[in-house]
Write a protein that binds this ligand. Structure first.
Ligand code: SF4
Length: 91
């Protein structure tokens, strides 16, 4: 029996830092409505990503709320583990 798991990849556009969006986003836009300073969308608004990491406690809370309420669960916080990755690499 073949078992294959597809691991979602981070969008390369995510700003370096602990919050990031992976490529299962459905483009619903909820995250932007919750954290307007930190999320934006690509050219055709088919997906959203973190364009600025939170820089205030308020932005941090808004990003956390977006992460908790995202219907696809495609916003993540890795605690800064891959903070140095923003050169087009996926993992
Ligand atoms: S809330 Fe989640 S699914 Fe909706 S646009 Fe934002 S990242 Fe994508």
């Amino acid at each position: 029996m073949e078992t294959r798991q597809q691991t979602p990849n981070r969008y390369v556009e995510n700003a370096p830092g602990k919050f990031y969006v992976v490529d299962t986003c459905n483009g619903c836009g909820l995250c932007l409505s919750l954290a307007i300073n930190n999320f934006t969308y690509n050219d055709d608004a088919s997906y959203y990503y973190i364009y600025k990491q939170p820089q205030t406690p308020e932005e941090e809370e808004q990003c956390k709320e977006a992460m908790e309420l995202c219907p696809i669960d495609c916003i993540h916080d890795d605690g800064g583990k891959y903070e140095s990755i923003n050169d087009g690499l996926y993992y």
